[in-house]
Design a protein around this ligand. Structure first.
Ligand SMILES: *Cc1c(COP(=O)(O)O)cnc(C)c1O
Length: 398
């Protein structure tokens, strides 16, 4: 039996049937069970910052596991403290900033949501098109009806406003609001970038009413957009809380909630916890990711490869809009054939991703090479042709 057939017989069907069974990876390439090679433009959904099987990450995880793998939060460990210090320093935040570790993006957001409750206020303002995770609290902040409705009533007192609409925020935020939560760039929505002044305006409005600005950088953080954190690309934006996960561990599960100023002291002893959170292996992995980004100049590489990716997408027939920065890019197609493009991409040896009927998202490893992108450039015209042909034949049969 194939891995996929066994999957169906053993794994709960929450994701739908997997497209491929993968067996190994290297750099920005993965191989399937038949030995077929794919260029990975998805990177485990913006997770594999260092690509697959990066020696620095393998070495850090192995060495830490051989030394001290897990101890619980009754004890402190060097990698955990060093990672907290490093994150605060990369944020440019001072002595009063603090980090809470967790194991995923949803959990990082759960911690932040609990933190907002300690302001004494209960209302949170979030954006339409948002994605903050699938646990009940994180889901309460996620706007997509198909994700929410099967699980209502959801906790929380959440008001959704249109994204990138300053007037709507002005109207929604008052003295009852604990926090405004926003993605600096909406990832799951298809790399939707707001106007240049939107986050600064959101900060002004939140602070005018004594509310916190909470930026969900789970997808945009850790060099993805060409800066350590996406909000650092903007002048004068200084959130009170940020949440991180995805790229942070480079594939080892880890999340972080970082707060500064008064927000850093809202969660008190006994208010929150997690058995695995900030464990030595996960934090050693994250330290290796951050150190490798610095040592190998991956911020610059992300900017350069990002420009190459943007340019090759812009010139494709059928691509009508390219969004995003660094190695987080969205491409709007001139018709609803994005899922067909993903299938055609697979046939041609490329892992692509559709976030909507006519929207492709590219979040490859930050180590993707210029040659990998040249290969994509050469293959895309026929991938998109095949996708258009596939949808045309579906329409004829229907
Ligand atoms: C992926 C994502 C999450 C959820 O992270 P999980 O690790 O899947 O729980 C939350 N927020 C944003 C912006 C994300 O992209």
């Amino acid at each position: 039996m194939s891995i996929q057939q066994r999957y169906e017989g053993a794994v709960m069907n929450t994701f739908g049937p997997p497209a491929l069974a993968l067996v190994r990876g290297r750099g920005a390439h993965v191989w399937d069970a038949d030995g077929k090679d794919y260029v990975d433009l998805l990177g485990g959904i913006a997770v594999n910052a260092l690509g697959h099987a990066h020696p620095a990450l393998v070495e850090a995880v192995t060495a830490q596991m051989q030394t001290l793998g897990h101890v619980s939060n009754f004890f402190a460990t060097e990698p955990q403290v060093a990672l907290a210090e490093k994150l605060v320093s990369l944020l440019g935040w001072g002595d009063e900033a603090r980090v809470f570790f967790s194991n995923s993006g949803a959990e990082a957001n759960e911690a932040a949501l609990k933190l907002t409750r300690r302001t004494g206020r209960t209302r949170v303002v979030a954006a339409e098109g948002s994605f903050h995770g699938r646990t009940m609290g994180a889901l309460s902040l996620t706007s997509k009806a198909a994700y929410r409705e099967p699980f209502e009533p959801l906790p929380g007192d959440v008001t959704f406003v249109p994204y990138d609409d300053v007037a709507a925020l002005e109207a929604a935020v008052d003295e009852t609001v604990a926090a405004v939560v926003l993605e600096p760039v909406q990832g799951e929505a298809g790399v939707v970038v707001p106007s240049a002044d939107y986050l600064a305006e959101a900060q002004r409005i939140a602070h005018a009413h004594g509310a916190l600005l909470w930026l969900d950088e789970v997808q945009t953080g850790i060099a993805r957009t060409g800066a350590w954190f996406a909000h650092q690309l903007l002048d004068g934006v200084q959130p009170d809380v940020i949440t991180l996960a995805k790229g942070l561990g480079g594939g080892i599960p880890i999340g972080a909630t970082v707060a500064r100023g008064g927000a850093a002291a809202l969660l008190q002893p006994g208010n929150h916890g997690s058995t695995f959170a900030g464990n030595p292996v996960a934090t050693a992995a994250a330290l290796a990711v951050l150190a490798t980004i610095e040592a190998d100049g991956l911020l610059d590489a992300t900017v350069e490869r990002g420009q190459q990716l943007e340019a090759l997408l812009r010139k494709q027939t059928g691509v009508v809009e390219v969004t995003g920065s660094g190695l987080m890019r969205g491409a709007e197609l001139d018709g609803p054939y994005a899922t067909q493009a993903v299938v055609a991409g697979r046939d041609a040896g490329f892992i692509l991703n559709a976030t909507g009927p006519s929207r492709l998202r590219f979040v490859p490893p930050l180590v993707i090479t210029s040659a990998d992108l040249d290969a994509l450039d050469a293959a895309l015209p026929s991938i998109l042709d095949a996708a258009r042909a596939a949808i045309a034949s579906q329409e004829t049969t229907a």
